[in-house]
Design a protein around this ligand. Structure first.
Ligand SMILES: Cc1cc2nc3c(=O)[nH]c(=O)nc-3n(C[C@H](O)[C@H](O)[C@H](O)COP(=O)(O)O)c2cc1C
Length: 334
């Protein structure tokens, strides 16, 4: 067994994959083709449910099962109004791993997932929240720093890793995400106690990814500093920042926030509806860029590791490169 896989043993055991390298769920990108390719190549693919209806998720899981020869997971957003129906769909298909993203799991959701026999993986934004989630019975945690693409928290991956791994890595497997583009970084987080890693940005330009060629080109051209976090313009409307490549869509988001804040002021919607409207906006804008190829007005969600994405390669090549780099780094240290 390679040194990397030795350090990943708890992660691979939990996931049932060859390597504890998850491809984090990416709305519109993480569908049947990329997810099955990741799992078949020895990583762990995760379907992004996003705003899908239960019927759509049902179809996507069935199609992924038909293509995948290895286990994969499903990522559900906690604020989805039909979360419990989505959990039932996962249970019906015997999905082995459910990742809950987008906030604290609502009451009864962990129990419902575990009752189906699936493992549940949650995001820990702070050490205190991580401890709480472990006490609630989660099987594993993801800690994701602000270098990541998509919705982000305020703390960097390196700081979260130092705060959380020494305390929680012995309790449950912890996967580190955000800003990982090369195997040397994987090696470093494993040495700090992580059981595996989660990458998103690095896999967007995989041959098997259905992202539009324009979307992939934008990634291959971009440097780290172009992947910027969105700015909240109204203190009354707390929006979760999103890291994306800067384009006209970035300004359109400012206008959208003003529009939603006005509706809040007029009493037309409440805070929950306001936040859902913002999230629907992102889902639509991301679809426009990923599927339609409108890279000017759509959302180009990307992490800072985008600067390390320079060509289209197969998932198997990307994983082999990451594994080789991680192993070389670990061996060099003796
Ligand atoms: C285009 C894009 C879409 C994403 N969509 C989601 C999502 O729907 N749900 C989620 O939990 N995370 C989402 N993420 C975050 C990824 O799952 C992953 O955690 C993140 O990309 C890891 O950091 P990295 O981009 O630095 O590799 C998205 C990321 C990107 C780049």
């Amino acid at each position: 067994m390679s040194k990397m896989n030795e350090l990943m043993a708890r992660g691979t055991e939990l996931l049932g994959s060859d390597h504890a390298i998850l491809c984090g769920a990416m709305s519109w990108v993480s569908e049947r083709h990329l997810v099955s390719a990741i799992s078949n190549a020895g990583g762990f693919g995760v379907i992004a449910c996003g705003a899908m209806t239960p019927a759509l998720l049902d179809t996507e899981i069935a199609a992924t099962k038909a293509l995948a020869t290895k286990p994969f997971g499903v990522n559900l957003i906690t604020m989805h109004p039909q979360l419990f129906e989505l959990i039932d769909v996962c249970a019906k298909h015997g999905v082995g791993h459910v990742v809950l993203a987008g906030g604290l799991p609502p009451k009864g959701s962990l129990e419902a997932i575990k009752a189906s026999g699936a493992k549940v993986i949650c995001f820990a934004p702070t050490l205190a929240m991580g401890k709480k989630l472990v006490r609630s019975g989660v099987d594993a945690l993801v800690i994701e720093g602000m270098e990541a693409g998509g919705h982000i928290g305020p703390v960097s991956t390196s700081v979260l890793a130092q705060e959380i791994l020494p305390t929680l890595a012995d309790e449950v497997p912890v996967f580190v995400a955000g800003g990982i583009g090369r195997g040397e970084a994987i090696a470093a987080y494993l040495e700090m106690g992580a059981s595996g890693v989660q990458l998103g940005t690095r896999f967007v330009c995989a041959t098997e990814s259905i992202a539009h060629p324009n979307f992939k080109k934008a990634f291959m051209r971009a440097s780290a500093r172009e992947a910027v976090a969105s700015v909240q313009i109204d203190p009354r409307l707390p929006v979760i920042p999103v890291r994306a490549l800067k384009n006209s869509g970035t300004e359109a988001f400012t206008a959208k926030q003003r529009e939603v804040a006005n509706k809040l002021d007029q009493g037309e919607i409440d805070m929950m509806e306001a936040q859902l409207e913002i999230e629907h906006y992102w889902a639509g804008a991301l679809r426009r860029a990923v599927i339609d190829g409108d890279v000017e007005n759509g959302s180009l969600m990307a992490g800072q590791s985008v600067g390390m994405v320079s060509e289209e390669e197969s998932v198997a090549e990307i994983i082999a490169t990451l594994v080789q780099q991680a192993d070389a780094a670990l061996h060099a240290r003796g």
